[in-house]
Design a protein around this ligand. Structure first.
Ligand SMILES: Nc1ncnc2c1ncn2[C@@H]1O[C@H](COP(=O)(O)OP(=O)(O)OP(=O)(O)O)[C@@H](O)[C@H]1O
Length: 336
């Protein structure tokens, strides 16, 4: 368990963390998710001991570590740009933390072999970091962070510098790694897809505070407010309410749409609109619409639904929300 209580941190008159309290359960993979500047890295660095809090406390596994330096906190840390020892092989880089702790050679060898296998770098142990791809280098960094059996693993946008495909592969790999080693892991990311894909818990940060903490399904389906809703996925405005694009149903028959809408409590009603564009995205189809009031919004349909409607630009349709438990009042102060 990592417990952060009442954490405050300011840089000059800028408040980076504003009374943040958070509990991270043991063995979980928790993502700190939020826009740039929301305080994610500051919070992670405070847990690591790389940043001193103005006030508040950090405890790791029941021990108050607030006054302890990073090397005494039982943490492993991986940054976006990993600073490897360039003159050392992969094997020596991974062994580094154990070697400086003067562990017996046989023990170091066995541990490094195990880690290289876990991160899939067995065949690369004699290479130098410059001879690895970006993704391999980050896997080496993870092996190195895990070598000293940390209580917690702290990852600050570890795949941020890699291209989208490698990023997606590595986060799936991280999920499998976590299922194998179960070390309490905190991952900083600004990418909601990454957080939803890899984490079992997500803390959403905004302006130095925590908006909501929960599992990915809860946050996506039951966002606490419109910031969380819009940050965790695309949203459309329908009659002044926020709706997920895949929760919008389109119909060519207005009377049928109105009849169906009666069974949806709290519905924004049926919105008459004109199709502007139909975009095929793999198995889904995005229909871009303009309401008669002038508001633009998009509905996400399955291919079968879209084919049944055979929509073309200029067609008149009637939109309604399929369900409204996810629909929240629009906060006019929030620019989406
Ligand atoms: N050493 C510093 N001196 C002054 N301001 C800082 C310092 N470190 C961070 N900040 C400011 O604190 C705020 C929070 O920074 P932080 O790095 O925690 O955000 P973040 O959510 O991780 O954002 P990003 O995704 O862009 O890294 C930012 O506005 C940043 O400019």
């Amino acid at each position: 368990m990592i417990t952060v209580s009442g954490a405050r941190k300011s840089y000059g008159d800028f408040t980076a963390l504003d009374d943040v309290s958070l509990e991270i359960p043991p063995g979980s993979l928790t993502a700190l998710l939020g826009p740039s500047g929301s305080g994610k890295s500051t919070l992670l660095r405070a847990i690591a001991g790389l940043e001193t809090l103005d006030s508040g406390r950090v405890a790791i596994a029941g021990v108050d570590v607030t006054g302890l330096p990073p090397q005494k906190r039982g943490i492993g840390f991986v940054f976006q740009h990993y600073a490897a020892f360039k003159h050392m092989t992969v094997r020596d880089n991974v062994a580094f933390g154990l070697t400086i702790r003067r562990k017996p050679k046989a023990q170091v060898r066995a541990k490094v072999d195990e880690l290289l296998e876990i991160v899939g770098l067995e065949g690369f142990q004699h290479r130098y970091p410059s001879q690895l791809s970006g993704g391999q280098r980050q896997r080496m960094a993870l092996a190195r962070a895990l070598a000293v059996d940390p209580e917690v693993l702290l990852l600050d946008e570890p795949f941020g510098a890699l291209d989208a495909k490698v990023r997606a592969d590595l986060r799936r790999w991280l999920r499998r790694l976590h299922d194998e080693v179960h070390v309490t892991t905190v991952l900083v990311t600004h990418d909601q897809e990454e957080a939803l894909d890899v984490a079992d818990r997500i803390a959403v940060l905004n302006k130095g505070g925590i908006e909501q903490v929960g599992n990915p399904v809860d946050l996506y389906d039951r966002p606490a407010n419109d910031f969380v809703m819009s940050f965790l996925g695309s949203v459309a405005r329908l009659g002044g309410l926020l709706v997920r694009p895949h929760d919008i149903e389109l119909s060519r028959d207005r009377a049928a749409a109105v009849a169906a809408d009666r069974s949806v409590p709290g519905s924004p009603g049926v919105i008459d609109a004109v199709v502007e564009r139909v975009v095929r995205l793999g198995f889904e189809v995005r229909v871009e619409l303009r309401a008669h009031t002038g508001e633009r919004f998009a509905a996400q349909l399955t291919r079968a639904e879209a084919d049944a409607l055979a929509l073309r630009p200029g067609d008149e349709v009637h939109a309604r929300a399929r369900q409204t438990q996810d629909v929240l009042e629009v906060d006019p102060a929030l620019a989406i």
